[in-house]
Design a protein around this ligand. Sequence first.
Ligand code: R5P
Length: 296
Amino acid sequence: MKPFIFEFPQPSPLGQSILQELGGEEGKMVVRSFPDKESYLRVFSLVKEREVIIHASLFPSNEHALPLLFLCEALRDQGAKRIGLLIPYLPYMRQDKIFHPGEALTSKTFASLLSAYTDYIITVDPHLHRYHSLHEIYSIPSYVVKAAPLISQWILENVKDPFLIGPDQESEQWVKEIAKDLPYLVLQKVRNGDQAVEISWPAGVAIGKRTPVLVDDIISSGVTMVEALKHLQSQGTRPPLCVTIHPLFVENAYQKLLNMGAQGVISCNSLPHFSNQIDLAPLLASTLKTIVKEEE
Ligand code: R5P
């Protein structure tokens, strides 16, 4: 029987493509806020003994996290056979260490919650930095899809003489994989605050006439990309491109990058944004097909 796919909190182009490619049945539900901002949620589809997949676009994370758990519980109460969570952008992964005494290790708490309410998760390039694998914090099966081959292909098809740049050490894992045989460079970053970073460029390294392509897993406030763009501006390079897997673009981050000389800002559709040019749907649908089969 076809799996149900619930689009949470609302339908998105990515979810609709996956639904079609997978041949799933769209789950019907309503989620809304009461005047006092508490959530109301109701599932209409008959999910008893059915395979259920929730495609969650969890941004802003805090706004949607609790209603997502309500959805899981409602599906469970109505007898869903299994609840898989397709969560292309996995929030809270950057809080992977207690940096100062007394801080909450939110990555772990968030993982415990999702592990308690769902049966497995599928995500795209989670921010694995101090953790080496999701298994360290998720107690349910987790599947990681990598966007690197799609990004490589996009760059090869759209950029003349690319030179890839990772703005910080953490980005090396993505940049290296995306670059394959292309030249790349990884910069050093020191973070002094939520919107304050310092990025250093290695002495004596120039990228000449190539097109700089800055690659990072997440663009949030945009400050990391802006600081890297400043270096390129001072070198008088060709207009750079910025590419990201997870386009959070808090406030006017997207515009800030264009103002700082980026000729374009490109993203994967892990979260819906008008910069989405790299489609994850085929990859996610084929991964889901395998998982649903395996779990049958
Ligand atoms: C952390 O190291 C991530 O890879 C990104 O570099 C970071 O989340 C970007 O955040 P922002 O856009 O706020 O600098």
